[in-house]
Design a binder for this molecule. Structure first.
Ligand code: WTA
Length: 632
């Protein structure tokens, strides 16, 4: 187990130690894991190149650190408790031993299909235990997993498979989400038409619906697993070998394949899980995220299982069958730590207190949030109604690229303050810089959030495009990792995250690039041009507002075109990317160099008219039209 901080002075002491001697600090933590060969150097780095390596030449397999390391004590302890979408269907428990055997079986299946160390395996699965099995089986044989969120469209899936060059895709006949059945296999079939690289598709039977079958390519999971051996020796890997690729949105159209490597990610997710949530052996921990996003990777699967925890995995949605589903699950399994998003909290808050107030949830000890800024109202509701005033809230700030939590209270140790992520974890060195890159020291400052020193969990590159990695994170402020977030440090030295300052928007905790949505809108034959910005939304945090130039649009058919544009975006990206509001305009505010002045659009959708300097606009007269047509 990793060392656990238990007091405020302990935190201050560890933090100081991590700054004074980072290599010594992280070595001490890494030593608690099982390595085939110890590392010869703890850290090598250069943020200008950029290059970061941790635990150099160390050899290990991450799944041995989940299984072999824990089986002696925890063979019969639940590793995963799976709660199905429909509460009347039986739940499933996989003990450490059972999960171990399933992982080994599937590792053997992958091997029998010719998957080797370094190959990429793509997954397009609902929240079912097979997803965890596939991830860990891939890691067991040294292959690289690339999970695509099951809400993405065929086009988005195909784009990700092609970028990663994955030869195998694992999917399901479908998935349940509330009252809906999602036709995953059908979408996967559509995607595969444009992914010549895919040789085999493995299909898990989940919904039992009729699906199309391609005898040359499709294989049933249950057929393959039937005779597979439950033992598979772990491939010995280098600490800096890749563990997974996870695509996320950036400020340009193409999604970024964030790459994490084995050793550093392992040490970082385990350490942050244990310390932030103050997990105690025997606790039941429930993270309500989806494994298709980084939160699920790091804090449903890797962090908890590396620490020998019992992790609850939920297939459904918080409002099905009724808006008390989370609270039911918490009581059913005696959950001690619960982790969700501000959007989920706001949507449940809107359903009324009666749904939560009837649940005592006596076992709850810690509450967490992630993915977007939490507003004070939601924070207090979470604290008072869910936590009954007795559970600390950990507002955890981090990103796909950071691998694990960076700024957050340690539960019950660092005093909280609504809407503040509070203080950096040991080993994390945030700096605030102004737009010229000048570091802003001291209290009561606001600016761009950067990190000035490497931490083990950080992404090492973007798959196949190291130059883009440099451009995206290390070029705005040379020598620093730039997060894309704005931040404020208050009089207590506490950090408050203000949200993205680049062309990324955060809708219901989902990260979307405005450029991707614009590209999708522009595909419509009637659209000449478009610009997308986020606007404050009471439930989703940010909503999507699209300004669309469609000169040929027939008069009076606005609503029809709006609907068709929304459908188009759902089809090209995902239903989560559908614009909430679409305003048809005759032009967009542009500078002489032809760039859209987004600052003005952002002001308009916030209902503000304080545009600042507009003298570089070629068409200042357009502003009045935009304000007039603004869709409240
Ligand atoms: C935002 C999710 C405020 C932020 C783990 C970041 C937050 C982006 C918080 C990353 C928080 C995440 N408070 N904002 N506690 N946590 N964010 O990659 O803008 O999906 O840059 O990772 O979410 O989103 P991603």
């Amino acid at each position: 187990m990793v060392p656990k901080i238990s007091t405020l002075s302990g935190y201050l002491y560890e933090y100081q130690k991590s700054v004074a001697n980072p290599a010594g600090f992280w070595s001490h933590i890494a030593e608690t894991f099982y390595w085939h060969k110890p590392w010869t150097k703890t850290l090598e780095w250069d943020f200008h190149k950029p290059e970061v390596k941790w635990f150099l030449n160390g050899q290990l397999n991450i799944t041995e650190n989940i299984f072999e390391r824990h089986l002696f004590l925890r063979a019969k302890q639940p590793a995963i408790i799976w709660e199905p979408n429909d509460p009347s269907e039986p739940h499933r428990v996989l003990t450490y031993e059972e999960l171990y055997e399933e992982v080994n079986r599937f590792a053997n299946v992958l091997k029998s299909l010719g998957v080797k160390k370094g190959d990429r395996v793509a997954m397009y699965l609902p929240m079912i235990p097979e997803l965890v099995i596939v991830m860990l089986a891939t890691a067991r044989i040294g292959a690289i997993h690339s999970i695509v969120f099951a809400g993405f469209s065929a086009k988005a899936l195909a784009e990700r498979i092609n970028d990663a060059q994955a030869k195998i895709l694992i999917t399901a006949d479908g998935g349940f989400r509330g009252t809906k059945v999602i036709p995953l296999k059908q979408t996967a079939d559509e995607a595969i038409r444009s992914t010549p690289i895919v040789e085999k598709t493995i299909v898990v039977r989940r919904v039992g619906q009729n699906i199309q079958w391609n005898d040359n390519r499709d294989l049933w999971w249950h057929d393959l697993m039937k005779d597979a051996s439950p033992r598979c020796e772990a491939e010995i890997m280098d600490a800096e070998d890749p563990l997974f690729i996870l695509y996320t949105s950036g400020s340009t159209g193409k999604p970024k394949g964030v790459l994490h490597t084995i050793g550093g990610y392992m040490v970082y997710t385990a350490y942050t899980f244990r310390n932030v949530f103050q997990y105690r052996d025997g606790d039941v921990y429930f993270c309500a995220a989806d494994i298709g996003w980084i939160t699920g990777h790091s804090y449903i699967v890797y962090g908890p299982l590396l620490e020998g925890a019992t992790s609850v995995m939920f297939e459904g949605i918080p409002t099905y069958p009724k808006p008390d589903r989370y609270w039911q699950i918490i009581e059913k399994y005696g959950v001690n730590e619960f982790y969700t998003s501000p959007t989920a909290i706001r949507s449940l808050l809107a359903k009324g207190e009666e749904w939560v107030d009837k649940y005592e949830m006596p076992t709850l000890r810690v509450l967490g949030t992630v993915g977007e800024p939490i507003n004070e109202e939601a924070w207090h509701w979470y604290h008072d109604h869910v936590g009954k005033g007795r559970c600390p809230i950990v507002d955890t700030w981090w990103q796909t690229e950071t691998g694990g939590i960076m700024i957050s209270p340690l539960a019950g140790i660092i005093p909280t303050k609504p809407a503040y992520a509070t203080l950096p974890l040991p080993g994390v060195r945030p700096v605030i810089v102004d737009n010229e890159g000048k570091k802003l020291y001291g209290k009561n400052v606001e600016g761009n959030l950067c990190i000035e020193f490497p931490w083990p969990g950080m992404a090492r590159t973007l798959w196949g495009d190291h130059e883009r990695y440099k451009q995206a994170y290390f070029s705005a402020f040379p020598g620093l990792y730039f997060t894309g977030d704005g931040v404020k440090r208050d009089e207590d030295g506490y950090y408050r995250i203000l949200g993205r300052i680049d062309d990324v928007i955060n809708v219901s905790g989902h990260r979307l690039g405005t450029a991707e949505i614009e590209n999708a809108l522009n595909e419509h034959p009637l659209v000449a041009e478009s610009a997308v910005v986020g606007y404050p939304h009471p439930i989703k945090g940010q909503g999507i507002y699209a300004f669309v130039v469609a000169p040929e649009k027939l008069k009076g058919l606005d609503d029809e075109l709006r609907e068709s544009l929304r459908k188009g975006v759902a089809k090209l990206i995902s239903p989560i990317a559908k614009p909430d509001k679409i305003q048809f305009v005759s032009g967009l505010p542009k500078t002489r160099s032809g760039k859209i002045m987004r600052r003005i659009l952002r002001k308009i959708v916030q209902g503000s008219t304080d545009f600042g300097d507009t003298s570089t606009l070629t068409n200042p007269e357009i502003i009045e039209e935009l304000i007039q047509g603004y869709q409240k």
